[in-house]
Ligand binder design. Sequence first.
Ligand code: ADE
Ligand code: ZN
Length: 359
Amino acid sequence: MYPLSALAGRGGLLVNAIVFRGWCLKDFIQGLPKAELHIHLEGSMQPELMFRLAERNSIALRFSSVEALEDAYHFNNLQEFLDLYYEGMQVLITEEDFFDLTWDYLQRAHADRVLHTEMFFDPQAHLERGVAFETVINGIFSAMEAARCELGISSLLILSFLRHLSGAEALSLLKQVDEHLPLFAAVGLDSSEKGNPPEKFEAAFEYARSKGLKAVAHAGEEGPPEYVWGALNALKVDRIDHGNRSLEDPSLIKVLIEQQIPLTICPLSNLRLAVVDDMSDHPLRRMLELGLKVTINSDDPAYFGGYLNDNYRAVEQALSLSVEQLGLIARNSFESAFVKNDVKQEWLSALDSYMCSYQ
Ligand code: ADE
Ligand code: ZN
């Protein structure tokens, strides 16, 4: 960072204003109360933790060091990332592993002033490796409870189906874990989008909704607007995860605006998975201006170079978002959460007070 005195003189005032804006907004984002609604726990495993768990479980990684692993974090598309993501999660074996993973993420979220988070996990990816469902959820829920008590952070869990598997497998998973379903806030749909339309999962989602669960689905990340329509009409989702490609279909935009369907946008993920070429091309600002209900999220923070505040800062800098726009995004995140209205109101009041202090 340059000292301000070095920037005095011709153009200095303008540069000072830009530097000052950067400083202020960094602090503003840091203190902004917010919710995170799109984060994959398995994608929050830092390379250091992966190495620690590999050692604890006597698993040999094919990377010789943390640096060698990080060097592999260059992706041209979603599938290249997913291949490494599934490989990485093989170090998760015991309840303690799932506890450590979840606890690490919740501490980082708390440090970013996240008051509430709704986290995905991929049970099928663990069951197929012989890890019991109870092992996974016991570890995750223990960490959620510890974080609620020790940090005051609220969290919910979303059971996500792998869309490269069949609809029948998703439905059979739900029936297999029927007794545990009241523990989850929602079901989700993730993994390889192209070639796996939402309609494949209509029966599984119908079953989950009949059990009182909410529904979300990744759609329009790489897949076409038709998949967003499919998520809305066949799966009857309450939120769309990503949804970037909705912008290609004016009639879909109209429905998303009219029904105020939340979109969980993940800026750093979009950059790292080549959904956008450059952050300055990110559609988030346009989405806001159109009146879409957008939120900002980290997706797989350990793989994409940043947690929630890094995502807020990246779009703020690239798109010059205002304090009001950032406040609206935080408001959308609370309004779109799967919690009771009175709880939402408390968070929204905290947000209102914070925004007043920045007038
Ligand atoms: N699983 C983890 N991250 C994902 C993403 N961004 N898209 C689809 N599936 C995922
Ligand atoms: Zn995701």
